[in-house]
Write a protein that binds this ligand. Sequence first.
Ligand code: PLP
Length: 377
Amino acid sequence: MHVPLVDLRAQLASIAPEIAGCWEGTLERGDFILGGAVAAFEREFAAYCGVGHAVGVDSGTSALELALRAVGVGPGDEVITAANTFIATAFAISHCGATPVLVDVEPDTLNMDPALVEAAVTPRTRAILPVHLYGQPADMDALAAVAGAHGLAIVEDACQAHGARHRGRRTGGLGHAAAFSFYPGKNLGAYGDAGAVVTDDAEVAAALRKLRNYGQERKHHHEHVGFNRRLDTLQAAVLSVKLRHLDAWNAGRRRVAARYGEVLGDAAVGLPSARDGLEHVWHLYVIRLDDRDGLASALAEDGIATGIHYPVPIHLQPAYAELGAGPGSFPVTEAAAGRILSLPVYAELTDATVEEIGARVAAFAGRREVRPEPAAP
Ligand SMILES: *Cc1c(COP(=O)(O)O)cnc(C)c1O
């Protein structure tokens, strides 16, 4: 077998003529910086997310940092985020001159635990940065209650959750602003680095447009020290093509996840949770078992790729030694880090392949113990 974690070549095969067309169109127009395709994609993506504005930037990391800056996060502030996330979530906070304040996650979803957020609020807290991890929205109702009580902004890290819904509403419209990554392997991916911030707030959107483009609204008139963090026109053209397929691809991921759920139903592994009222888009399909490394090696021998998202929590990274949070600080995150394994998930994965992968996982892990029926009274 040869099964990658995500198969971009299989995806391209289904859209190659559309991609070639949009690429050629941009080359002919030659508007490579903030060209027509950027504005077009921004309109389409904002509409898709159900918000008023989208601002294209050069990566998800930039999207996070600029979104935080645009809602007013700066030096001396604290931003509360989840301990179990990709390092860029914390880096974005640090790049604003602010301090990441980590909280542990819920044992089932591995998303930020709202019950712990309240206790983490201090007079310096400026914002909450929940991560919709693996494609499942965080508990936004509970987080909105904490944010409302303390006058905090909510910036969503939606880098893994394009198209996911929370009680019917899409990610991107669940806070004051939201950051998306279009890294190639994401549910909506460019052919290089790319990202966007979406928001319903016109002032935040205007601030973002300046921040990403040298702090200027008018050419050569720089109101503040800005950045060059623009979305490439070529990538925007690709993203417009791919956005048309996103819902179908997410449906394909849901099919794969459902199939895994069936074939792994009685295997001795922990299956990922999908909560009621949330529409999970399965950026990653993450199972849990004690001999995670053994299973990863066995699958690798069979030609099946796996990943770990993430093996070393933020607070145990050398980059964040300064937080002073040693082992034991975030028990749910730390326990998960040693047991999680991401299986291949993408729309082009056939049921037959999913069943084959599932059978190998089950053969390695064994069957769950069948408890004897309680005796009739
Ligand atoms: C991918 C990702 C990012 C960073 O996005 P880049 O486009 O790679 O900069 C941030 N947060 C999370 C949760 C991600 O998955």
